[in-house]
Design a protein around this ligand. Structure first.
Ligand code: PRP
Ligand code: URA
Length: 181
């Protein structure tokens, strides 16, 4: 049987959600000249650029955007083995900055735990916040987003899939249930 797929956010809803997240970040970030966005590969990176563009449109200020590869900081690297080389691009010092980490989905929280570890290599930010497009619950660590696009109660075996035009050729979020697959 094919998996059951339910649309959670349409293209339009996803873009509207990004606009809201950008406004919330602006509202809470304090001095915008200290704000930097760091997207986590894979889809956190285009999301961080989209949020940066929205903030620029709202506030007429250019926010630095970096890209973080957390692969080497995962707590299961032994099990999954070495994958691709690090692609991190943070060509600015994070010391004293307000860093907003950006990812598409938060689930167990282990990716963000690794990201906090990785960020240490690029300076000591004044503050680190977390923005995600979808929070599907089931955390295994005490990590919670500060900015959430969509809170999505899910079953553990379901999958939340974010599609972004920049990578997937379309925008949207789907909930996928492979139980009867
Ligand atoms: O909270 P967690 O349980 O750590 O899960 C969340 C992470 O899982 C997905 O990444 P994935 O590892 O699938 O890699 P990808 O982004 O490169 O597809 C997602 O993009 C988050 O980064
Ligand atoms: O459902 C999930 C779980 C982790 N990461 C995702 O992108 N989706």
């Amino acid at each position: 049987m094919s998996p059951k797929i339910v649309e959670i956010l349409s293209e339009e809803e996803l873009r509207r959600t990004l606009t809201r997240l950008a406004s919330q970040i602006v509202e809470k970030a304090g001095d915008l000249s200290d704000l930097v966005l760091v997207g986590i590969y894979t889809r956190g990176v285009p999301l961080a650029h989209l949020l940066g563009a929205q903030i620029e449109a709202l506030e007429n200020i250019s926010v630095p955007v970096g890209a973080l590869d957390i692969t080497f900081y995962r707590d299961d690297l032994d099990r999954i083995g070495m994958r691709t080389p690090a692609k991190t691009k943070i060509p600015f010092d994070l010391s004293g900055k307000t860093v907003v980490l950006v990812d598409d989905v938060i689930f167990k929280g282990r990716t963000i735990r690794a990201a906090l570890d990785a960020i240490n290599d690029y300076g000591r930010p004044a503050v680190i916040r977390l923005a995600v497009l979808a929070d599907r619950g089931h955390r295994e660590l005490p990590i919670h987003p500060d900015f959430t696009g969509k809170c999505l109660p899910t079953a553990k075996e379901e999958q939340v899939k974010v599609y972004l035009n920049e990578i997937d050729g379309r925008d949207g979020i789907e909930l996928i249930d492979r139980q009867n697959d």
